[in-house]
Design a protein around this ligand. Structure first.
Ligand code: SF4
Length: 380
């Protein structure tokens, strides 16, 4: 098997266990049930200015990341975040709390996510990337976001717990749900889902095995809706950010408008807002061309980056037809968009490789293109 040309970390940064990047430590904050109260959002904005470089990323797991934190400023940042109720007891608890919650949560969903969080200490030791998806709002919306154990609704409205990769799940009640997740995680370990400390549920299910008894897959989840676009929705205003990045100033201004739900689509839901916010730096239109491109932080923000990429992606966005996607990646790891894209440009030591209908680590159709001369016309 060919070794990847990029570093596979096998773990995600947290607040207590940050990851070094090209612009300092990346400190990932995992809001409880995916929601930031107004004082928490304002506090994160202040902390990002005081202890980081003032840039804040939205991750594809619905978390917020503070960038540019130094080893000197990190302890004081943790003190501030702990005061806001955003820090777990230790790094182990933080790593386990990998729970993605639908931003369109109802009361049942919030309660389920909280119970699942409380059940995490009863889970077996799981791989660093193992995650839970709670997609039990009025309509499922997280179907395009991978996890390992999912909570969804059946067509009739009942709760279903399902292994990622399996078409059917098991019906559970609200009272049973968290314990069922513990048992399903234990089944994953017992069935051989972990090798060398790594493993994902979809890979295990792909080997043709599945849980039995009361956790056997018998119920189909309701069909998932497409990922939403910026706009006014029943629960508030969904606003986007180019490449999922905002400044501390923007977050401070958003915090004045209402509680925030952090989505996995590089958008924030401002709860209860019934009109567009009059702020700069937001994507408010579904057809904004910048939504047709994905790009990782690139150089110099990432130590593995072989080129800057966001400027190139912004320049090319206007040449991407509506409904199509261009992914520009600063190395073959493809963090910004792990799946397939209509076109992918990958930085190499010789220039950019171009891949059609594939992902960043697929075989290129063209190699070593100079960034300044890349022209997408005729390629879609
Ligand atoms: S894809 Fe981008 S962010 Fe991810 S490791 Fe490579 S350069 Fe860094």
């Amino acid at each position: 098997m060919t070794e990847p040309s990029f570093l596979v970390q096998g773990w995600c940064p947290g607040a207590l266990r940050p990851m070094m990047s090209g612009d300092g430590l990346v400190v990932r904050v995992r809001p409880q049930v995916g929601r930031l109260m107004q004082d928490q959002a304002a506090g994160i904005a202040a902390a990002a200015r005081a202890h980081g470089n003032g840039l804040i990323d939205l991750s594809v797991r619905g978390n917020v990341q503070l960038r540019g934190v130094s080893e000197v400023s990190h302890p004081n940042l943790i003190v501030d975040l702990r005061t806001l109720g955003l820090i777990d007891a230790d790094a182990g608890d933080e790593a386990r709390r990998n729970i993605l919650v639908t931003p369109f949560a109802d009361g049942t969903t919030d309660a389920l996510a909280a119970r699942l969080g409380a059940a995490l200490p009863r889970m077996p030791h799981l791989p660093g990337k193992f995650g839970f998806v709670v997609d039990t709002g009025a309509a499922p919306v997280l179907g395009g976001i991978a996890g390992d154990i999912r909570f969804e609704r059946a067509t009739g409205g009942g709760l279903v717990i399902r292994c990622e990769g399996a078409p059917l799940g098991a019906a559970v009640t609200e009272d049973e749900a968290a314990q069922a997740a513990v048992e399903l995680a234990q089944w994953f370990v017992d069935a051989g889902g972990v090798t060398g400390g790594r493993g994902r549920m979809a890979a295990l299910i792909g080997r043709g095995v599945g849980p039995e008894g009361h956790l056997a897959g018998k119920v189909a989840p309701a069909p998932t809706a497409p990922a939403p676009a910026p706009g006014l929705v029943a629960k508030g205003a969904l606003v986007g950010f180019a490449f999922g990045q905002m400044t501390a100033q923007t977050l401070a201004e958003l915090a004045e408008l209402g509680p925030l739900r952090i989505t996995p689509w590089r958008m924030v839901l401002i709860e209860g807002l019934r009109a567009w916010p009059d702020l700069s730096g937001l994507i408010l239109r579904a057809d904004d061309p910048i939504r047709r491109v994905e790009a990782c932080p690139g150089a110099p923000a990432c130590l593995q980056a072989l080129a800057p990429v966001r400027g190139l992606a912004s320049r090319l966005a206007h040449d991407v037809p509506e409904g199509r996607l261009l992914h520009v990646s600063a190395c073959a790891k493809g963090c910004a968009h792990p799946g397939r894209a209509d076109l992918t440009l990958v930085a190499t030591a010789e220039g950019f490789d171009l891949i059609r209908n594939g992902s960043a680590h697929d075989t290129p159709d063209q190699r070593a293109l100079a960034a300044a001369t890349i022209d997408l016309k005729g390629l879609f």
